[in-house]
Write a protein that binds this ligand. Structure first.
Ligand SMILES: [Zn+2]
Length: 300
């Protein structure tokens, strides 16, 4: 999707991003189910151009902190969208600026993650700015797809030249049971690979340890997602939690603030924190989003 040379353009639409990259909007629109959310994402990314990609090292607010100012007004495609179909999400860029994403919300998460379904789910494209998708189950709620795509794109802005991260299963098109997972049924779950040390490109999930994990970059993605306030759980192997905890501390987080985020160092059986140990999550992490606002049939 990214190209620095003459782009192949479908639908006669092309967009320059940050003065050097081109997005093939035709391909994006062909694979995304809503032009509005794509345009919203593009405008959001355009808004980042010129913003310093190296944020100051300082303590950041807890995820529960209220967004402040400098909101990016939407919708991106005009003002004729009825207010009752607008979704709203608040995100914080790496330099501390809060922005608001508006889009035409159509998806609905039904039931529980392990006993649920998905209505009008949205597919994450096979590739995008900062990711490749593998696994064949790309469907999620609007919120899941939008926030995952936004988050990994943010990593590329903070760390230019970062190779794409591997995104695995979200949900099936209409949700429901999805082997081999217990959850991933209601569009609120996504499996995402870790960033590898040395910017090593990966085509599939790969087990990580202290030597192979790029903890700083992975924490940066987790931090972006956590600060949206939309994360219910992050399932991460306990051994990797320490590495990410230390990366968070190095980036300016205070230990007392990290107690609400990490299960570590209270032991893998502790029922504290958003980040929880789960076997099988040494080669990818699992993010579960909260029930989206307005999805009345969603069960936490
Ligand atoms: Zn998973």
């Amino acid at each position: 999707m990214w190209a620095n040379v003459t782009p192949v353009v479908q639908n006669g639409v092309r967009v320059s991003v940050c003065g050097q990259r081109w997005i093939d909007v035709g391909t994006l629109l062909a694979t995304a189910r809503s032009r509005i959310v794509v345009c919203g994402l593009l405008v959001l990314m355009l808004a980042h151009c010129g913003v310093a990609t190296k944020g100051p090292r300082r303590p950041l607010p807890l995820p529960s902190s209220k967004p402040t100012n400098d909101l990016l007004s939407g919708p991106a495609v005009g003002t004729d969208i009825p207010p009752d179909v607008l979704g709203t999400l608040h995100v914080q860029t790496g330099n501390g600026t809060w922005r608001t994403i508006h889009w035409e919300k159509t998806s609905r998460s039904i039931g529980k993650p392990n006993d649920g379904s998905l209505v009008d789910g949205r597919a994450i494209p096979l590739e995008g700015p900062g990711w490749i998708h593998v696994g064949g189950n790309p469907f999620g709620t609007d919120e899941t797809v939008l926030l995952v795509a936004w988050g990994v794109a943010e990593v590329g802005l903070r760390y230019p030249g970062t190779v794409p991260v591997v995104i695995g299963d979200l949900s099936a098109e209409f949700g429901g049971p999805l082997s081999p997972h217990n959850s991933h049924q209601s569009g609120r779950d996504a499996d995402i690979g870790y960033f590898a040390a040395g910017n090593r490109p990966l085509r599939r999930f790969q087990g990580m340890n202290a030597e192979s994990l790029d903890a700083e970059k992975t924490w940066y993605l987790l931090e972006r997602l956590l600060l949206t306030g939309q994360i219910q759980y992050l399932f991460i192997h306990y051994d990797l939690q320490k590495l990410l905890y230390d990366a968070a501390h190095d980036s300016g987080w205070h230990p007392q603030d990290l107690t609400s985020i990490f299960q570590y160092p209270n032991g893998k059986s502790s029922r504290t924190g958003i980040v929880r140990h789960s076997p099988g999550h040494a080669d990818h992490f699992h993010v579960r989003f909260r029930c989206p606002a307005g999805d009345d049939e969603c069960v936490p």
